[in-house]
Design a protein around this ligand. Structure first.
Ligand code: IVH
Length: 668
């Protein structure tokens, strides 16, 4: 074939494939069988391979890029991406209507739309060609995720007119795709996504566009960023225009001439919501006329011409089949409700924590009860109440055991606590949970070591304590179920990489009583190394602002245990880092400041700044604000009524400033 005929043929194939793609993914009315589409696609791919100079960016063969990105670049939005104010009930909607009428007159039309539960994206087109797609980010600057958005088939790569526009919409994962994805993830022993929104966001945050391409994402576009330049008078016309350009808009939108009609739409969709094939979390109500929108204007955060009605958390009824007991890493016994699987807020729920015995008594929960279930914060399943009127008499009272279900030792209720605890330090459940905690995200963050793998390693006695993780070999891991060569290699490199973690991750991972991620960070910043921390006295610990009596006691007694010290030594021998590697606070622009690289302690009452303000300002100038005075302290800022820290500073001969001096330096 000569190049001219190839060019003609390629154009024809691109046009027809774009049309088929549009019919299938945007209009949802395919006109040819998949096999025909595939045949033409193969033909186009072959021709483009033969004539690579004729391959263009907007060709339907070019949806999935081959390149894996190092990171996402930042993109500044041409107009900021605002969010919406919320309405939770009818009254909030009526109040919104009143405000609108007061400021834009009585002649107002609203457009009601489904509030798609995905993530906001911005799509820029130059002369009809898709050029940049970005996340919302902070509203002003987002991340360039063009390569991932190109893989969404309902996003046109080329518009039906050669216009330059910026379009806003919601990328989402349909329920079916979400379920299939989670099932596959579970089969591979990976953590499932909590809901379709997280799954969509997670997919678009991947640096390899092949992953996004495999996730069956979709989009509804809901607005134009620069409508005024296009001579359009109303939002509803804008949507019609977007449709004409080839975009997918949501068909369930409706124009309403009164707030009564809006309320009817809201009521209607509250009911019909489960029938949709995708998740919505509310209804968006917008003033239609652009001129009126302009009149109403925006606040710093959101437009006054629109509002988002949020659905109340979905509640469903199911049966509580059983109550399971588990021992956590601190020995606490937690009862969990085992539910007849039920769909709520986007996922199937089959377990819900019941926290403790008191809660079971308070809610009068019996095994076999019908219960109302919801997801708190749309994520965590919770038993709201039981339905005693549905009892048949076959329900059974629940009895808490008196001994640990895992090791058989007597359970105790510590003074002032509602929880029952197993206090056997050798309890296998506690050890296993401690191991799971050690590898978890906020601790050592070892990818590929989920709950299942850790439990397996533990039950096969390949690991007995956290130091054993660093002795695992290829030969041991390859024998585990579902472990291929590649995953073993990845796991070994993840374990190796964790040795370089900064101290706070290790400290949190060790699971010292009362030491959460935040306290671990504070301790690490203050003491810099495990060695310093382990020799800190209870008094030194209490001097730190955020550390209370209970935590100081727990830390001091942890480091008094022979076993703990041995474990730390073993980790150290394995090459695990024991130092704080936190952000260096001295940067080029504040190298000249008196605070650069210095450790400063604030004490006493400050008048001119709040504690936090002073801390932030000092840190911005390269200083390090610490909670306790030691030989490493460079300057102590003493406000009114400064006490023991000031005394100590004087004893150690450390420079002391008053607040005025601090203000002077900060304002330089
Ligand atoms: S309009 C300035 N319409 O809901 C107005 N938003 O805070 C911009 N959303 O994150 C939003 N469906 O991504 C609009 N039909 C719809 C929507 C919608 C979902 C999301 C949007 C934003 C949030 C509103």
């Amino acid at each position: 074939m000569d190049i001219q005929s190839a060019e003609r043929k390629i154009k024809d194939l691109q046009n027809i494939l774009n049309q088929y793609n549009y019919e299938y993914h945007v209009l949802d009315t395919p006109s040819v069988p998949d096999s025909e589409y595939d045949r033409l696609m193969n033909e186009l791919t072959a021709l483009e391979e033969q004539f690579p100079q004729l391959k263009t960016e907007d060709s339907p063969t070019q949806r999935v890029g081959g390149e894996i990105l190092d990171m996402f670049e930042k993109v500044e939005h041409e107009t900021s991406m605002l969010s919406l104010g919320n309405a939770f009930n009818e009254q909030d909607l009526r109040d919104f209507d009143r405000r609108v009428r007061q400021n834009a007159g009585d002649d107002v039309t609203y457009v009601c739309e489904l509030k798609i539960d995905g993530l906001a994206v911005s799509l820029r087109y130059e002369n009809g060609l898709f050029s940049i797609g970005a996340t919302r980010g902070d509203g002003t600057i987002g991340e360039n995720i063009t390569a991932n958005l190109r893989t969404i088939r309902s996003i046109p790569l080329r518009l039906k007119e050669e216009v330059s526009i910026e379009v806003r919409g919601e990328a989402f994962m349909p329920r079916k795709s979400f379920e299939a994805l989670n099932q596959a993830k579970e089969e591979r022993g990976e953590e499932a996504f909590a809901n379709p929104r997280n799954a969509a966001a997670g997919s678009l945050r991947q640096l390899d566009p092949k992953i996004a391409a495999s996730r069956n994402l979709d989009i509804y576009v809901y607005g134009l960023a620069n409508a005024d330049e296009l001579g359009i008078a109303a939002h509803s016309e804008g949507l019609d225009y977007l449709e004409k350009l080839g975009f997918k808009t949501n068909k369930e939108r409706k124009k309403c001439d009164s707030i009564e009609e809006v309320i009817e739409y809201v009521t209607d969709w509250t009911e019909k919501r489960p029938q949709l094939s995708y998740d919505i979390d509310g209804i968006v109500i917008k003033v239609d006329g652009y001129e009126q929108q302009e009149q109403l204007g925006t606040t710093a955060k959101s437009p006054r011409w629109a509002i988002a009605y949020k659905f109340p958390a979905e509640e469903v009824i199911t049966i509580l089949k059983d109550i399971e007991l588990s021992i956590g890493r601190t020995g606490v016994l937690t009862p969990t409700a085992i539910l007849e699987p039920v769909r709520v807020a986007g996922t199937t729920v089959q377990r819900a924590s019941l926290h403790n015995e008191d809660l079971i008594r308070e809610k009068d929960i019996k095994i076999g009860d019908h219960v109302v279930v919801k997801k708190a914060g749309d994520i965590i399943p919770e038993v709201v109440n039981v339905l005693p009127e549905r009892r048949t008499g076959d329900e059974v009272d629940f009895q808490m055991p008196t001994v640990c279900p895992e090791c058989g030792s007597e359970l105790v209720r510590l003074e002032g606590e509602v929880a029952l605890r197993c206090i056997n330090p050798k309890c296998p459940a506690q050890i296993r949970e401690g191991l799971i905690h050690f590898v978890s995200r906020n601790a050592m963050n070892i990818d590929g070591l989920g709950e299942k793998v850790v439990s397996q390693l533990f039950s096969e006695k390949l690991i007995e304590d956290v130091a054993d993780l660093y002795k695992l070999t290829f030969e041991q891991l390859i024998q585990l179920a579902r472990m291929g060569e590649k995953s073993v290699q990845n796991l070994l490199s993840a374990i190796e990489a964790s040795k370089k973690n900064s101290l706070e991750k290790l400290l949190f991972g060790l699971g010292i009583r009362h030491v959460g991620a935040k306290a671990a960070k504070t301790l690490s910043m203050t003491f810099h190394s495990m060695e310093q921390l382990s020799s800190a006295s209870r008094e030194q610990l209490i001097e730190i602002n955020e550390i209370g009596d209970k935590m100081a006691d727990a830390i001091a007694s942890y480091f008094e245990q022979e076993e703990a010290l041995e474990l730390i030594q073993e980790l150290k021998n394995a090459g695990v880092n024991m130092e704080y590697l936190g952000p260096k606070r001295v940067s080029a622009e504040n190298i000249d400041s008196v605070f650069a690289g210095k450790t400063i302690v604030l004490t006493g009452k400050l008048e001119l700044f709040s504690r936090n303000e002073a801390k932030q300002k000092i840190e911005a100038l390269g200083g390090n604000v610490s909670g306790s005075v030691s030989k490493k302290t460079d300057i102590v800022i003493a406000g009114e009524d400064a006490g023991s820290k000031l005394k100590k500073a004087e004893e150690l001969g450390i420079t002391v400033w008053n607040e005025e001096r601090l203000a002077e330096e900060l304002n330089k």
